[in-house]
Design a protein around this ligand. Structure first.
Ligand code: TTP
Ligand code: MG
Length: 398
C-alpha cells in the first residue's frame, strides 16, 4: 500500500480550492531547496520529488508552492497505519506513506487478497479522504511494483504463477527492479538491456560480466519476480537501522560522513522511542559495483545516546577502506538490552556517576532533540556537523 502524492494530497484535502491544480510541496521556487512531492497535475509538467525547486518553478510557472508541514503529515501517517493495522497486525511500515501487509492470516475472513485490498482502500478513503494505491502479489517486490503501476487510486493484481509473472514483468522498464537506479540502468542500456524481458533473456552469466556476481544474481532473481524477503513487523524487530542511497555515487568523504551521521541520528531517535538500549552497532557501506562492507562493534555498555552511537560509527568508518565511489551508507543497532524506564534510568545513573563524559548533558540534549522531532518531524533538527560546507556558508549571518 502506498499513498498517492501523499503530502500534496493532504494539502488538497485540507483546502479543496487546490483540487485539480498543480500543487508542489517543498521549498519556494526562488530559494535553494528541493521539491518533496507534487500533485499529479504538477507532475504533467515534469515536476517530481527531489528536483530543485528552481527547476520546478521554471517547468511549472503556475505551480502552487506550499511548505512542508511535517508534523501534520506524520499525524496523518499514523492514522493511516492504524487503519492498515486494523486489518492485520502483520504489517511492515516502510516509510510515512507505504506499508507491506502479509494477508495470509486473514484470507479466510475476507475471501481473497483482492477483497482485502478493496476494503483497505475504501476504509482509508472514508476515514481520511485520501487515496491509496495497492498491489496484490505473492511477495514484497511484486507487491510494491504493483502498487506503483496504476497510480493514483490504483489496484493492481500481479499473477501468482511463475510463468505468468515472468510474462507480466517482461515489458516493464528495467528501472522497475528494486536497486536498479539511473546509473545501473545506463550501464544496462549500453549492454542492450532496457526491459526486464531483456534481463530474463540474458541469464545470470550474461549479466555477471557486466556487473559482478552479487548484482547479477540480485537483478536476475527479481527479473523473474523471485523475492523471499518476509514482512518484518514491529514485533520481530531485532534491530533498528537506517540507510541512504545516494542519487549519484559519492566520493566526497565529508558528504559520506555527514550522511552517515544523519542515519545514526535517525536510528538513535527510533531506538529511544522504542525504549531499548543497544549492545551492538553496525555500519554498512555499499560501493558503486555493489560490493558491500559491513562491520560491527560492541558498546562498552548498552546505550541509546547519540554521542555514543556517533562515536562508534566514526570508529568503524575509520577502519574501513573507502577506495571506491559509495552508493549507499547505512547504520544500525541490535542486541537490545533492558526495557524503557529501567533502561533509561540506568543510563542516567551511569551518566551522573561519570559527569566527565558530559553524559548528563548528552542525555538531556537527546531528549530535547527528540521532543522537537516529535513535534515537528524527524528532520526538524540535526547536529551542525552534518551541514555541508555549502549549507554552512549560505546561512544568513545574524
Ligand atoms: P512517495 O510515496 O515516493 O511519493 P508520493 O506519495 O508523493 O507520490 P506517489 O503517488 O508517487 O506515491 O513518497 C511519500 C512522501 O514522502 C511524499 O509525499 C513526500 C515525501 N518525499 C520526500 O520528501 N522526498 C522525496 O524525495 C520523496 C521520494 C518523497
Ligand atoms: Mg506515495
Amino acid at each position: 500500500m502506498d499513498m498517492d502524492a501523499f503530502y500534496a494530497a493532504i494539502e488538497v484535502r485540507d483546502n479543496p480550492s487546490l483540487r485539480g491544480k498543480p500543487v508542489i510541496i517543498g521549498s519556494p521556487p526562488d530559494q535553494r531547496g528541493v521539491v518533496s512531492t507534487a500533485s499529479y497535475e504538477a507532475r504533467k509538467f515534469g515536476v517530481h520529488s527531489a528536483m530543485p525547486s528552481r527547476t520546478a518553478g521554471k517547468l511549472c510557472p503556475n505551480g502552487i508552492f506550499l511548505p512542508v508541514r511535517m508534523g501534520h503529515y506524520l499525524a496523518e501517517s499514523e492514522k493511516i497505519m492504524r487503519i492498515v493495522e486494523s486489518f492485520s497486525p502483520m504489517i511492515e511500515t516502510v516509510s510515512v506513506d507505504e506499508a507491506f501487509v502479509d494477508v495470509s492470516g486473514i484470507l479466510r475472513r475476507y475471501g481473497s487478497a483482492v477483497n482485502v485490498a478493496m476494503k483497505l482502500k475504501e476504509r482509508i478513503r472514508a476515514d481520511t479522504g485520501l487515496t491509496a494505491s495497492v498491489g496484490v502479489a505473492p511477495n514484497k517486490f511484486l507487491a510494491k511494483l504493483g502498487s506503483d503501476l496504476n497510480k493514483p487510486d490504483g489496484l493492481t493484481v500481479v499473477p501468482e504463477d511463475p510463468d505468468a509473472i515472468a510474462k507480466f514483468l517482461a515489458p516493464l522498464a528495467v528501472t522497475r527492479i528494486w536497486g536498479v537506479g539511473k546509473v545501473t540502468a545506463e550501464a544496462l542500456r549500453k549492454n542492450g538491456i532496457t526491459t526486464i524481458g531483456d534481463v530474463q533473456a540474458r541469464g545470470v552469466e550474461g549479466l555477471e560480466k557486466a556487473f559482478g556476481p552479487a548484482l547479477a544474481r540480485h537483478v536476475h532473481e527479481l527479473a523473474f519476480g523471485r523475492d523471499e524477503r518476509a514482512v518484518v513487523t514491529k514485533y520481530d524487530e531485532k534491530s533498528i537501522s537506517s540507510e541512504h542511497t545516494f542519487l549519484e555515487d559519492c566520493s566526497d568523504r565529508d558528504v559520506i560522513w555527514q550522511t552517515m551521521v544523519e542515519q545514526v541520528e535517525h536510528v538513535g531517535w527510533r531506538l529511544r522511542r522504542s525504549g531499548k538500549l543497544a549492545r551492538v552497532s553496525q555500519l554498512k557501506i555499499r560501493f558503486d559495483d555493489f560490493q558491500t562492507l559491513t562491520r560491527q562493534e560492541t558498546f562498552e555498555a548498552p546505550t541509546s545516546g547519540d554521542r555514543n552511537l556517533i562515536a562508534s560509527a566514526r570508529q568503524i568508518l575509520g577502519k574501513l577502506k573507502v577506495t571506491k565511489p559509495v552508493r549507499l551508507v547505512g547504520f544500525g543497532v541490535s542486541d537490545f538490552a533492558g526495557a524503557d524506564a529501567a533502561g533509561n534510568r540506568q543510563e542516567f545513573l551511569f551518566a551522573e556517576l561519570d559527569p566527565s563524559r558530559h553524559a548528563v548533558r548528552d542525555t538531556r540534549l537527546d531528549q530535547t532533540m527528540d521532543r522537537l522531532r516529535e513535534k515537528f518531524g524527524s528532520d526538524a533538527i540535526h547536529r551542525a556537523s552534518r551541514l555541508t560546507k555549502d549549507e554552512t556558508r549560505s546561512r544568513p549571518k545574524k
